[in-house]
Design a protein around this ligand. Structure first.
Ligand code: NDP
Ligand code: 8X3
Length: 250
């Protein structure tokens, strides 16, 4: 049986991915800051597969390294890494953007992803196998008004994904990114700092992606035969044609 480590498993895409991978009999290491949510999900999914939880903030390099080093031996072989933890913080023009928001997005979406990968990649190299899925965004392919630093962080994920694919090729490690468009999760609640009405409005008037849609695709990607690597995938709701073109009548 394979084991997957999922960051950001307390909510949205990460949580749905945990549920989807459990259905494929993949053991799980669930990560996130909110311990209670991790434990709840562990309780639910332990009926199906083995589940271990690790609570840490991906911004804290030492905590990331400590947490992954603490894995019990039965979870020490990580076959699949889902680099999913991340959020947007704010939606402001560059001239009035808050430095704290910029720090959060660069530290979580870019540096956090790197810290987790830094610990997991050597394990995969030693195993001579592994599969890394990086969750990017349509914001990593295009820049939209006021998206500036979030888009920059996701463009970085796109570049890191391509770099990993090249550098890890010699070790037989599969690497791929999934770039979703609008998915209805807690993403906008975080972006708008708890202004739930504003967050809800983002997904009104069209049929957004659900986190389960992305989770199904991740499950598909990681269950392909070994010679198949899906390296770059953009997934949009049908109503969305680009980061800025959204048909709200669909
Ligand atoms: P959610 O807000 O629902 O989930 C975000 C997850 O990231 C949570 O589990 C959260 O866990 C975790 N996380 C956030 N900050 C940290 C941190 N500092 N340390 C550890 N974990 C952290 O949003 P989504 O599910 O939508 O987002 C998941 C990924 O998908 C993100 O990378 C996002 O950029 C990307 N994405 C989302 C899209 C969307 O429209 N929703 C579209 C394209 C990409 P906790 O708070 O418990 O730590
Ligand atoms: C999340 C999608 O369009 O809000 O990455 O940036 S978007």
């Amino acid at each position: 049986m394979k084991t997957a480590l999922i960051t950001g498993a307390t909510s949205g895409i990460g949580k749905s991915t945990a549920i989807a991978l459990a259905k494929h009999n993949i053991n799980l290491i669930l990560c996130g800051r909110r311990k209670e949510r991790l434990l709840e999900l562990q309780q639910e999914l332990s009926k199906v597969v083995k589940v271990h939880t690790l609570s840490f903030d991906v911004r804290d390099k030492d905590k990331v390294f400590e947490a992954i080093a603490s894995l019990p031996s039965e979870f020490n072989k990580i076959d699949i890494l889902i680099n999913n933890a991340g959020n947007a913080h704010g939606l402001d023009p560059i001239q009035t953007g808050r430095v704290d928001d910029w720090d959060a997005m660069i530290d979580i979406n870019v540096k956090g992803l790197l810290y987790v990968s830094k610990v997991v990649i050597p394990k995969m190299i030693e195993q001579k196998s592994g599969h890394i899925i990086n969750i990017g965004s349509i914001a990593g392919k295009e820049v939209y008004p006021n998206g500036n630093i979030y888009c920059a962080s996701k463009h970085a994920v796109d570049a890191i994904n391509k770099g990993m694919l090249i550098d890890l090729n010699q070790y037989g490690i599969r690497v791929g990114a999934i770039h979703p468009g609008l998915v209805e999760t807690e993403f906008s609640n975080v972006r708008f700092k708890g202004d739930d009405e504003r967050a809800d409005n983002v997904y009104k008037g069209f049929d957004p992606l659900k986190p389960e849609d992305i989770a199904d695709i991740i499950a598909f990607v990681v269950t392909r035969p070994y010679h198949v690597n899906i390296s770059d995938l953009i997934v949009l709701p049908t109503a969305q044609a680009s980061a800025t073109v959204l048909n709200k009548s669909l």
